[in-house]
Design a protein around this ligand. Structure first.
Ligand code: SAM
Length: 279
């Protein structure tokens, strides 16, 4: 499944303000004492998770951004260079100075479906991801969690979609649109049948059974007047997904879409963050 850099840029500020600060602080505490922790970001896209996490971590960090989309990986280097106070190109990628921290970054092109543990022998101090695990299947979660446990690696993941969006003001087609959207959300996304909204709970139980201390926290998007453009794109995404199911007539989709694109629409989208520490 492919994602545009433009969509990831649009959601970035909302993603950053929505993540649970207490869980992020706990992830940071786990890395305290490491002189230059290595953080492996799965499905890194255009680098938003680094930009949203690095400020909570220590003064030296090394990040590996893993994704299968070469255009997004290339965009990540451009966006990170623009975000840094001082960017320097290196043979491996970038060295960034940001708010007094030094962050070394490299990118790695990898298909996570084929290889859920792309760190290989370069064992990181923390595996992380944002907005990824609602795409994967239960079978993939099993493979991934078993690989994490084998290497005794901690996981911090954020913004995993777990609840259907709630729109306001209400529209008569909300229920129908929501049911059709959820049907589409459960489709294959390149990792086998998608666990969708159930993925994060399944992952928490799996990691618990593997002996991890697991904590979950809510990180909902709360979208209002200032998020007009994001709401519009979200509504377009819903309309396209619903059309694919063929279960809602076009006139109903159009009426719902027009209402959702009106100023004054609000939307809450449920997400969860998870921190799993090996015992
Ligand atoms: C919703 S985006 C999230 C991107 C980024 N983490 C963020 O928060 O902006 C999901 C990302 O997973 C990547 N992805 C999807 N399937 C993948 C696969 N099989 N292997 C590697 N990356 C994949 C996509 O290219 C995309 O960058």
């Amino acid at each position: 499944m492919s994602f545009s850099a433009e969509w990831l840029r649009l959601r970035e500020p909302v993603d950053h303000r929505s993540r649970d600060r207490a869980l992020l602080a706990k992830a940071a505490r786990y890395l305290e004492g490491k002189s230059e922790p290595v953080i492996y970001d799965l499905g890194a896209g255009a680098g938003s998770n680094l930009r949203g996490t690095a400020g909570a971590l220590g003064q030296r960090q090394r990040w590996v951004l893993a994704d299968y989309d070469p255009e997004l990986l290339s965009a990540s280097l451009n966006f990170l260079a623009a975000w840094a106070d001082q960017p320097r190109a290196t043979a491996a990628g970038l060295e960034l100075e940001k708010n007094g921290s030094l962050i070394r970054v490299e990118v790695k092109r990898v298909d996570l479906n084929a290889n859920p543990a792309p760190w290989g022998n370069t064992i990181p101090d923390l595996v992380t991801s944002a907005a990824l695990f609602d795409l994967v299947s239960e079978r993939w979660i099993d493979r991934f969690c078993e690989a994490l446990a084998k290497d005794k690696l901690a996981l911090y993941t954020t913004l995993v979609h777990d609840e259907t969006a709630k729109w306001s003001p209400p529209h008569e087609a909300d229920q129908q649109m929501s049911e059709a959207f959820e049907r589409d959300f459960g489709k294959e996304k390149g990792f086998g049948p998608s666990a969708g909204n159930k993925a994060i709970g399944y992952m928490a139980r799996k990691l618990g059974a593997l002996g991890y201390a697991v904590e979950l926290a809510d990180s909902p998007w709360r979208l209002g007047a200032d998020d007009y453009e994001l709401i519009g794109q979200l509504a377009d995404g819903w309309a396209n997904a619903v059309r694919e199911t063929g279960t809602v007539v076009e006139a109903t989709i159009q009426s719902w879409l027009a209402a959702r694109k009106r100023h004054g629409t609000n939307c809450i989208v449920g997400h969860k963050d998870l921190l799993a520490i090996p015992r």
